[in-house]
Design a protein around this ligand. Structure first.
Ligand code: AMP
Ligand code: FES
Ligand code: ZN
Length: 293
């Protein structure tokens, strides 16, 4: 690992990985031993590794899987999540999107949003709703350094100030939002894959069929080629942003929020995006039509 000037054997790598997660949780005051953590697990390497490490470190961490209804991809993901829940003897909550709203491939017909962004909105909504309803203190996701540095690059290229202000390892609890944390921000994609392989976690390697051609993939590639020439670039890009730039956004880029009249979740409008979608699904299903709007 040239960016850390470290070369480790497998046993030491596993210890180093766990220590790095622990250090990140402490450094950013993500949660304590008393908190109830809900880990959003997708079946991919990052979130499964995170779940295992948090349990190993002694945190109270249950899993949340959202069955998005994306054909074989979703069923194969779910198998991996169930297998790890079994291995850990941990509680797993499953939300079936088909029952709650509509499966992602169907939901696309009711929204003009690009699929991944629509899916992201749906996932964030249920992470928060489930955590709030079941009394969890914090939601942890498996976003790693590559995800965060890639997304940061994308937001910088578009000078997207609203998203830039929220690209942080911790989003504090506010106005109906449970605290959100990303304990893997110090670890790369390669490192989480290695952790899974060395610690016997079976994860889904294929990507979601809708992610093909997503711009974040090319941002990650650009950062990887910079990293190869100059190890440590990715870390520096992300952590210097957190240290020096993000505090400038603390005031100012704030959304005005109210409470959704229908479901009670926080929302920028009187009725939240998910309830508006649900209304469209119900109405158009009733008339047997579908629409984009
Ligand atoms: P992604 O947006 O697919 O890169 O996923 C980012 C993080 O969101 C993952 O590391 C998981 O923590 C969480 N996540 C993604 N998909 C799901 C899912 N279907 N169910 C639960 N959590 C998920
Ligand atoms: Fe949601 Fe791919 S996982 S669109
Ligand atoms: Zn709502």
């Amino acid at each position: 690992m040239p960016q850390h000037r470290l070369a480790l054997c497998s046993q030491d790598f596993l210890k180093w990985f766990e220590k790095t997660v622990h250090r990140t949780v402490k450094e950013f005051r993500m949660f304590s031993e008393e908190d109830r953590v809900l880990v959003a697990v997708s079946g991919g390497k990052d979130s499964l590794a995170l779940w295992k490490v948090l349990r190993k470190l002694g945190y109270s961490a249950d899993g949340l899987y959202i069955d998005l209804g994306i054909g074989e991809y979703s069923s194969r993901s779910q198998e991996r999540v169930l297998a790890l829940a079994d291995q850990l003897g941990a509680e797993l909550i499953t939300v079936n999107l088909r029952e709650e709203l509509a499966a992602i491939p169907e939901l696309r017909e009711y929204s003009s949003r690009e699929t991944c962004s629509l899916c992201g909105m749906v996932k964030r909504y249920f992470f928060n709703k489930v955590a709030r309803e079941r009394g969890y203190d914090v939601v942890a996701t498996g976003h790693n350094l590559d995800d965060e540095a890639g997304a940061l690059l994308g937001n910088v290229l578009g000078w997207n100030l609203r998203y830039l202000g929220r690209k942080l390892p911790v989003l504090e609890e506010e106005e109906g939002f449970v605290r959100k944390v990303k304990p893997l921000v110090r670890l790369t994609e390669k490192e989480t894959a290695l952790y899974c392989i060395l610690s016997g976690i079976d994860y889904i390697e294929e990507e979601c069929p809708f992610s093909e051609g997503a711009p974040t993939i090319s941002y990650k590639e650009i950062l990887n080629s910079l990293e190869e020439k100059s190890p440590g670039t990715k870390m520096r890009f992300y952590f210097e942003y957190i240290r020096r730039v993000a505090p400038l956004f603390e005031r100012g880029v704030h959304r005005e929020l109210t409470t959704c009249r229908v479901c009670g979740e926080p929302s920028p409008a009187e009725v939240c995006g998910i309830c508006r979608l649900r209304e469209r699904v119900v109405n158009l299903k009733g008339t047997g039509r579908s629409s984009t709007g």
